[in-house]
Design a protein around this ligand. Structure first.
Ligand code: BES
Ligand code: MN
Ligand code: ZN
Length: 500
């Protein structure tokens, strides 16, 4: 789908989108469209409950004489409260209505809001962002009735008073979109296709954007002593992989990198502690953390971010077979610490343990953030609205929280404390991988990860089990299943704090 910026105009073809703020106050373009249509908007309003609230859309067929096929009047809410997220959601909702409708073009003619928080260029860039994010579709495996699913929409024109400024603001955002789409694609791929090796192959494709990508196989990991990660993959026919991605964009070549670590369980059957059927569905998405890290590396490279960044993803398949790890096994992690594996379904923390040790020892990063679809319990705590944030560092936490608010990928911090750490005491090893109660399951998992944080490295863990995919209600900005959650927040975090 093509996206372009042009001078504000109501004379384009396709669906013309104009705005009204709360109290049905038509914005200048809307008033012009009303006039050009011989008062069609005013007439439609008189038969409508439309008030101009955010989210409302009044949809009318454009009368003869106008180039547009239809006019959509979109509510912006109170003018002084309209901001980025409002612009993104508005555009996304409009695209959602029209994506497969037969309409080929959408022309946005939303004027800058007087006294509003957004400059014209920003408003345009965020309309474009919302439109693009919503235009995603994943039809790789459909062979029938494609007309029901394939977007008919080919072009989006965003009208703005500052075309040059909008284009400038758009370039880096286009990179972020590509990162998000890559993450979504990875999460949506079925697990028979997306094995650890296939995931690694797709990560390798980032080398064409200047990312250095190294792939470690099982023999390499064995040499490094990664018994925790390898134990998880040992019941699978497919080889586990550790992918290391490096983007060196900082002006200071040898500056310590920021580091992202992702859980990449390409399918989580639970292993011998097998999940019941209903709980196993969707476990192709258990690599959502790794997908977010890979998508972020793509975004950083595409927009040539002035930062040194590493992304490390542990790719495994958690399967039960004769070679599978048993509940009661004790494994030795790369850190040297031993782990009693009492439940093979608490596998994410085992994968992350070795990936975290490797990342810290190899790169001495400024900070490390891991992302993982780690616990079902995080959804009990936070529902599907926030990812869980755990950290040993207040500044890093605040920065992550702030970045999340700006892009609409919000996080909520939960505690870590010695009292919780006691929950993972093992009778025979340094720690165990479950607690024996269902209390504070997400915190216990985070305490486990913290055991692998070295020398007080600033560290944060994002439990994204509730946000990496969506089964029920769709979020306006992410159609379909995999959301690509994580790319936007990490990119924003870097942009706001770590680029020089
Ligand atoms: N991948 C799951 C967590 C998960 C569950 C993600 C549901 C998304 C939706 C993880 O590996 C897991 O199985 N965790 C167990 C931990 C338990 C055995 C301590 C869980 O949450 O039940
Ligand atoms: Mn599991
Ligand atoms: Zn898992």
């Amino acid at each position: 789908m093509q996206l372009s910026f042009a001078a504000l105009s109501i004379s384009g073809q396709g669906a013309l989108v104009v705005g009204a703020t709360a109290g049905r106050a038509l914005m200048p373009s809307a008033a012009a469209a009303d006039k050009a249509s011989g008062g069609a908007i005013t007439r439609a309003l008189s038969h409508s409950k439309f008030t101009g609230k955010t989210g409302q859309v009044l949809d009318l067929v454009a009368p003869a004489g106008m180039a547009a096929s239809r006019i959509l009047l979109a509510g912006l809410g109170k003018a002084d409260e309209f901001k980025r997220s409002g612009a993104e959601t508005l555009a996304a909702n409009v695209v959602g209505r029209l994506l497969t409708s037969g309409e080929k073009q959408i022309v946005f003619a939303i004027d800058g809001v007087k006294g509003g928080k957004l400059k014209p260029a920003e408003l345009a860039a965020h309309l474009a962002m919302g439109a693009k994010l919503r235009s995603y579709s994943f039809n790789t495996y459909r062979t029938k009735n494609l007309e029901d699913f394939e977007p008919t929409l080919k072009s989006i024109v965003v009208g703005t008073g500052d075309v040059a400024g909008a284009k400038r603001a758009w370039t880096p955002r286009q990179a972020v979109i590509e990162g998000v789409f890559m993450a979504r694609n990875l999460v949506n791929e079925p697990p028979n296709v997306l094995s650890p090796a296939e995931f690694a192959r797709r990560a390798k494709e980032l080398s064409k954007f200047g990312v250095k990508v190294d792939v470690l196989g099982e023999a390499d990991m064995k040499k490094l002593g990664m018994g925790a990660l390898l134990g998880v993959g040992q019941g699978s026919e497919r080889e586990s992989q550790l992918v290391v991605m490096r983007w060196n964009g900082s002006r200071k070549k040898d500056e310590a990198p920021v580091a992202f670590v992702g859980k990449g369980v390409c399918f989580d059957s639970g292993g011998l502690s097998l999940k019941p059927g209903a709980a196993m569905m969707g476990m192709k998405g258990d690599m959502g953390g790794a997908a977010a890290v890979t998508g972020t590396m793509r975004a950083l490279a595409l927009r040539k971010a002035k930062v040194n960044a590493v992304g490390v993803i542990g790719l495994v398949e958690n399967m039960p077979d004769g070679k599978a790890q048993r509940p009661d096994d004790v494994v030795t992690s790369m850190s040297g610490q031993t782990i009693e594996v009492l439940n093979t379904d608490a596998e994410g923390r085992l994968v992350l343990a070795d990936a975290l040790t490797y990342t810290q020892r190899k790169f001495k990063p400024k900070f490390v953030i891991d992302l993982a679809t780690l616990t079902g319990a995080i959804m009990i705590a936070l529902g599907l609205e926030n990812a869980g944030l755990f950290s040993n560092n207040d500044q890093l936490s605040e920065r992550i929280t702030e970045a999340g608010k700006e892009v609409g990928e919000t996080v909520w911090r939960l505690p870590l404390a010695g009292a919780y750490d006691k929950m993972i005491k093992s009778k025979i090893a340094d720690m165990k991988n479950i607690t024996g109660t269902t209390n504070a399951g997400s915190i216990a998992a985070a305490q486990f990860l913290q055991r692998f944080v070295e020398d007080k490295t600033p560290w944060a863990h994002l439990d994204i089990a509730g946000v990496a995919w969506q089964d029920g209600e769709q979020k306006p900005l992410s159609p379909g299943w995999g959301t690509g959650w994580g790319v936007r927040i990490l990119n924003r975090l870097v942009m706001l704090n770590y680029e020089k």
